[in-house]
Design a protein around this ligand. Structure first.
Ligand SMILES: Nc1nc2c(c(=O)[nH]1)N[C@H]1C(S)=C(S)[C@@H](COP(=O)(O)O)O[C@H]1N2
Ligand SMILES: [Mo]
Length: 370
């Protein structure tokens, strides 16, 4: 230990950073798990349609706590790494378990933050499906974190109970602990300030690190997932377009865009809340999804599957009975008073309250009652 003379390598500082990381990782884990449940709901889970912006908040927290964890984790690793050279290397069973758990803890944390950031940048230099890898790494990391907290709790408690001023003299030319904590807090603040504008419009001018920013894109909002050449071509031959409402219905419907425009139109202000953290509220107008289901002779508390005409990862979306019964869940034909731009799903897209962005399928062709 003599080689690591900086007073920053203290147990007290390690404990403080550990608590901060524990809090940010826990919020990130719970909100991430929730996002996964919403997108792939097991039988026991139903995500409600209200409050309208709940997912916007939980996913905003997921991304923000992930970002804030980066400087915290780097600082914590820097503070704690001399302990890897502690002698004896293994002092008892508890110590052994604690040391082994560092592999999934550190490896998992780095993996989660790294893949999370790259996913936000839509850069996938790997060949696994991001949500699956991120999901399992999260469970492994949280498991290791619980072991780590269990093994370290009493050390941390002692370290935090000790007098603050004990060994706070900096190395010549070095940082004080207060200075170090200040630098870490400053880095967290800077990352938050330069990303939060993706969901918080007053800060959008500062959102240098956010790939999507409210207000930027066709019709004043970003495009996530672009139409293929075939989709653009189909949109241009709009007279051939038909929306099919089928499945467990009394009568199958085939509706042209004109037919849809002739039905009762509904308007609502709803956000798009992308899993990547970008979100923006827009004014939508279109046909209530439940109206179409009832027109086809199915009950308004059905479950439906909405399908895009463009094949891809996000080409189907489930609408549960709570969401279908919500008056604001609709097939939108217009946004902010204009027909949808083809990038935003022309001729028809799904939009509804409290739904993750990915589930707001664009270029809808089929509604199937399950
Ligand atoms: N068919 C289809 N629908 C889609 C997507 C897509 O790639 N294909 N992207 C989704 C994602 S991830 C988001 S955040 C929203 C974005 O809608 P926008 O491009 O109109 O902003 O559309 C969703 N609908
Ligand atoms: Mo998204």
């Amino acid at each position: 230990m003599d080689a690591f003379t900086s007073t920053l390598h203290s147990q007290r500082l390690a404990a403080l950073l550990g608590i901060a990381l524990g809090v940010s990782f826990s919020i990130c884990f719970v909100t991430g798990l929730l996002s996964d449940l919403i997108q792939a709901p097991p039988a026991w889970f139903t995500w409600p349609a209200r409050p309208v912006g709940l997912y916007r908040v939980t996913q905003g927290l997921h991304v923000a706590t992930g970002f804030a964890s980066i400087p915290l984790l780097l600082a914590k690793l820097w503070i704690a790494y001399p302990r890897l050279w502690a002698w004896p290397p293994i002092a008892g069973l508890l110590h052994l378990v604690e040391r082994i758990s560092l592999v999934p803890l550190v490896g998992g944390s780095l993996f989660l933050l790294f893949t999370g950031v790259l996913n936000i940048g839509f850069w996938y230099p790997w060949n696994f499906f991001f949500p699956t890898g991120h999901y399992w790494a999260a469970w492994i990391t949280i498991g290791a974190l619980i072991v780590h907290i269990g093994a370290k709790a009493s050390i941390a408690r002692n370290a935090l109970g000790r007098s603050r001023s004990l060994t706070n003299a900096p190395m010549p030319g070095g940082l004080t602990r207060r200075g170090f904590l200040g630098a870490v807090t400053g880095a967290m603040g800077l990352i938050t300030l330069t990303t939060a504008g993706q969901t918080f419009p007053p800060l959008r001018r500062l959102a240098f690190l956010a790939p999507y920013v409210p207000g930027v894109g066709p019709q004043g909002f970003p495009v996530v997932g672009t139409p293929s050449a075939e989709t653009v071509e189909l949109a241009e031959r709009i007279s051939a377009y038909r929306l099919t409402v089928s499945g467990a219905v009394a009568n199958t419907l085939e509706l042209s865009l004109e037919d849809l425009q002739a039905l009762a139109q509904h308007e609502a202000e709803l956000p798009i809340s992308c899993v990547n953290g970008w979100s923006q509220t827009l004014r939508w107008k279109g046909v209530r999804l439940s109206d179409l289901v009832v027109m086809a002779g199915a009950p308004p508390d059905s479950s439906v599957t909405v399908q895009s005409l463009q094949p891809g990862t996000y080409d189907v979306s489930l609408v549960n009975p709570l969401q279908l019964q919500d008056p604001d869940t609709m097939l939108a034909l217009e946004v902010n008073g204009e027909p949808l731009h083809v990038d935003h799903g022309f001729p028809v897209r799904l939009i509804g309250p409290n739904r993750p962005g990915v589930t707001n399928t664009k270029w809808v062709q089929r509604v199937s009652v399950d």
